[in-house]
Ligand binder design. Sequence first.
Ligand SMILES: C[S@@+](CC[C@H](N)C(=O)[O-])C[C@H]1O[C@@H](n2cnc3c(N)ncnc32)[C@H](O)[C@@H]1O
Length: 419
Amino acid sequence: MTRRALEQLIDTIAVNGEVLKQQVRREDHDSLENCLADPCRMNGDASKARLAVIDASKRLVRLVTGPYDLFYDMMSEVFQVGAIRALMNFGIPQLIPLHEPLAAIVLELLSGLGRDPLRRLIRYTASYGFLQEVEPEMFGHTPLSALCVHDSVATRSCMWNLNVTFPVASKIYEGLKVDPSASDNTRCAASVAYASPEKQITNIWDYHRSYPKLELGFHDYINATTRSAYYSALHAVRGFDWSSVQTVVDIGGSSGHVSMALTEAHPHLHCIFEDLPDVISESRQTLPPAYADKIEYLTHSFFEPQPVASADYFLLRFVLHNWSDEDVCRIIANLSPALRPGMWVLIADIAVPEIGSSSGQVEAIVRCMDCRMLALFGGRERTKNDIVALVQGVDTRLAWKSCTQPEGSMASFLAFQCV
Ligand SMILES: C[S@@+](CC[C@H](N)C(=O)[O-])C[C@H]1O[C@@H](n2cnc3c(N)ncnc32)[C@H](O)[C@@H]1O
């Protein structure tokens, strides 16, 4: 990279940093942290500036680190996750009050973890922003560690990622040795990671069936992702004109967070949210009573014919990317019998951008999600054209009408109308 490139990166950070500073001032926030507490409420310019700063900063770090040290850093990243996993499983961050530090000696007594490894792990994770040593031997939270403990959804989501996905990530190679073309989604990295002599595991869904508690963690993870600017349910609310819509079927709705966001913003909407039996029975218990007359639950597998035939919209948000092309076709085929002219199918998924057409940060997020899908489910992220071709290959009545991507959203919304 030339000296000019270095200057450009520094300029990009300075210019876009200024836009962020103005946003903080305009919104009267006392800090950027407060402003970022709900980043998807940022205006379009600030949201673009934020991505530009993240992207340029990461490039700058790579540039000034240089390949040798970068290589060492990259190889060390696995220890960052490993150290956080140990601390979370010993319950250390959960023991530290949110607003005051706790002495190492107390943490040792409460957790049963020896003071020496306790200190060493926290001092390491503190070096990249997870917990901090407020004064010698007194440990407190940072915004990042606080996020992982301050509500039960975030904690269980964090635990699910640390305990379920971390081992799968280390088995991508072994999964591809078993199925080099990655064409069989019953033999992905997750199947290799969790297979045992007694039980063959096909993918994470299958693994969850054996450990229902872990499945709850998965749904907490999905719920927690909607608090990120990239995956916020608000993009579904704003990404589409819901004013003339009456009934939406939220297929594979998880804990109902998208249905909640939709009915909150558009009280006239009636949402029917469908998922597998365990998910529906758990969600029934947790859905706030305020939504009781707006949201209906239905136990339904999308591998069976769709039972609701009177909806205006069928929403599939982050559902298809979990599945192989073959399974996506089965899902759409099972929707077909319910479709009548005028009805809509709305698919919200990442529409993979052309190489080089998006920022490095967006590219990194998209590719990471694609790799997650490969390893955990034998699924994949697809381009807009891939999705349109799959849908129309199954049901030619589904005319593709539009593809919109709200500012800051990772999901694009592909709308198909039955003709
Ligand atoms: C990645 S989550 C997406 C959740 C939600 N739509 C969202 O946008 O946040 C995929 C959902 O599909 C559900 N699912 C998996 N297999 C299913 C099946 N056979 N029938 C119905 N839902 C299923 C899962 O339980 C989960 O809630």
